[in-house]
Design a protein around this ligand. Sequence first.
Ligand SMILES: [Zn+2]
Ligand SMILES: [Zn+2]
Length: 125
Amino acid sequence: MPDVCHRCGGRVYPVERVDVGALFHRRCFRCKICGLQLSLRTFNWDQSNNPPDIYCQAHMPRHVGCIDSEAVGIKTAIGAPKRGVALSDQVSNYDWSMYQLQAFATFVVVVVVVVVVVVVVVQFF
Ligand SMILES: [Zn+2]
Ligand SMILES: [Zn+2]
């Protein structure tokens, strides 16, 4: 699949491309509404829009009850991982529950061992 600009649909070459989950020409990395030139620090990526697009601060669409897309936009703007933010969150949640499970299993094993040792010791003395 060729790398095409999200804005103009033209072929994007590595030297001129801006990758924010979608590809843009550097010159096409502008607010959809007013055409203001944006940077990785100033753009807002509205994923809840269909199709998703980029906006300046003033024209970022506000979605009532849709804080998530704004949070993603802010994260993206400060250079956090862009693609698959939700996925990595899920992965870390999964790891965390596995960790808890393992910690609990270890705890149970330790308790059983201690009880067995205490019982044996009490019988000997
Ligand atoms: Zn373009
Ligand atoms: Zn704008």
